[in-house]
Design a protein around this ligand. Structure first.
Ligand code: GLA
Length: 395
């Protein structure tokens, strides 16, 4: 057990005890994630290249025998009674973090009349609502402790089924997200990005050059419209797929199957938005394997070019960037020690990811902070991280 894991467990356990007056019986940790490339491709059955962060969410819990599930968070607030396994009042209005915990409790321990309850304490060092998958991390860590306190099978035994359950919880909360976030939160590997084929769910580890760190900068843009805008992009991809199927006269299971020739056909019939959405997906899939290759070859220029092309495509073709994200990318491009940079995650706000030489990361972050502050009078709260491990119960 690493010191890191131990210290997270120790502080979560003492916070739990201070709140509930007894020690927890389970503590779990789940990381946030950044995606290096392969954006808006997962729900098109395409390729992605995310990495788990060293920052994450920690949840401590102990069972209750009265069927009540209570949660308290130094990040979000509480204590909130998120539900009762004994006849949950379904109409109960909950803040979104507590609604996630309730949804997990339903999935993991059920709402059977004799179902066990639990007290949960939630902490961690991952910024929330910044596009770093804090909700997937919260759901995963909660599921791990709840299965432990309820004595049901650890869901991590089947990580694909576990990831599908997390995705279902997110869909119920209103975001029709893909499978990337829960998979990387569960399967992250220290020092590696994960190349995930979102059709076959085949996962391969791609070691990152050891002297490279990930730097995350938060644009601080309110992502309140992100959910509906995200779902709309999903619809647009489906419309593009249907149009291509009709135009080509052959079945097209997803945009993953569209070729360059298909794109040319689509450009003739629908030269505007529909064509640009499809072009992003087709070219972004292609860029994933080219970035994997560039990382294996330590080819700094290629990494920079591919990440820049991905950002441009998200900005102009998929239209999910913002002026703040563009400014962060512009500031990072060409900064000493920066291999490549782009927006990461769904967009409409959120963060950028930059791959930066480890020894220049502090100067890089200071520079990012200074230029963003000069433009927007606030800090992009940069932090650096190596690629980290996936979620686990802390022993
Ligand atoms: C969000 C979703 C993911 C993925 C990205 C965009 O993070 O949760 O499934 O679609 O956006 O790549």
């Amino acid at each position: 057990m690493s010191y890191e894991g131990d210290s997270r467990k120790v502080s979560a356990a003492s916070a739990f005890e201070a709140a509930f007056g007894r020690p927890p019986t389970a503590v779990a940790w789940a990381p946030g994630r950044v995606n290096l490339i392969g954006e808006h491709t997962d729900y098109n059955e395409g390729l992605v290249l995310p990495a788990a962060l060293e920052r994450g969410i920690v949840v401590a819990a102990a069972g209750r025998d009265d069927g009540i599930v209570r949660a308290l968070s130094d990040r979000y607030g509480g204590p909130v009674e998120v539900g009762r396994t004994l006849g949950a009042p379904r109409h109960l209005e909950l803040p979104s973090w507590a609604a996630y915990v309730r949804a997990v409790a339903r999935e993991v321990v059920g709402v059977a009349p004799s179902g066990p309850g639990a007290d949960l304490w939630i902490g961690g060092d991952l910024p929330s609502a910044a596009g770093l998958s804090s909700s997937a991390a919260l759901v995963v860590a909660s599921a791990l402790v709840l299965s432990e306190t309820a004595g049901v099978e650890n869901p991590a035994g089947d990580s694909i089924a576990f990831a599908q359950m997390v995705r279902l919880v997110e869909h119920r909360a209103g975001t029709l997200c893909g499978i990337m976030d829960p998979l990387v939160v569960l399967e992250g590997k220290r020092g590696c990005a994960l190349r995930i084929d979102c059709r076959s769910i085949e996962i391969s580890e791609v070691p990152l050059p050891p002297d490279l760190v990930v730097v995350v900068c938060d644009s601080g843009v309110e992502r309140s419209l992100a959910q509906s805008a995200y779902n709309r992009r999903r619809d647009e991809c489906e419309v593009a797929r249907g149009a291509l199927e009709r135009l080509s006269g052959r079945p097209l299971r997803s945009l993953r199957d569209a070729t360059r020739d298909d794109l040319a056909t689509l450009a003739r019939a629908f030269p505007g938005e529909l064509y640009r959405r499809a072009r992003h997906v087709v070219e972004e899939n292609d860029r994933v394997d080219r970035l994997v290759d560039a990382l294996w070859r330590n080819d700094r220029d290629a990494v920079g070019r591919l990440m820049a092309a991905s950002h441009d495509s998200l900005r102009h073709d998929f239209e999910v960037s913002t002026p703040e994200l563009d400014a962060l990318v512009e500031d990072a491009q060409g900064a000493p020690g920066c291999w490549g940079t782009r927006m990461t995650g769904a967009g409409f706000g959120g963060c950028t990811v930059s791959l930066v030489d480890r020894d220049t990361a502090p100067a890089f972050m200071a520079r990012m902070e200074e230029s963003f502050r000069a433009r927007y009078s606030r800090s992009p709260r940069p932090f650096s991280s190596s690629a980290g491990d996936g979620a686990r119960l802390l022993q």
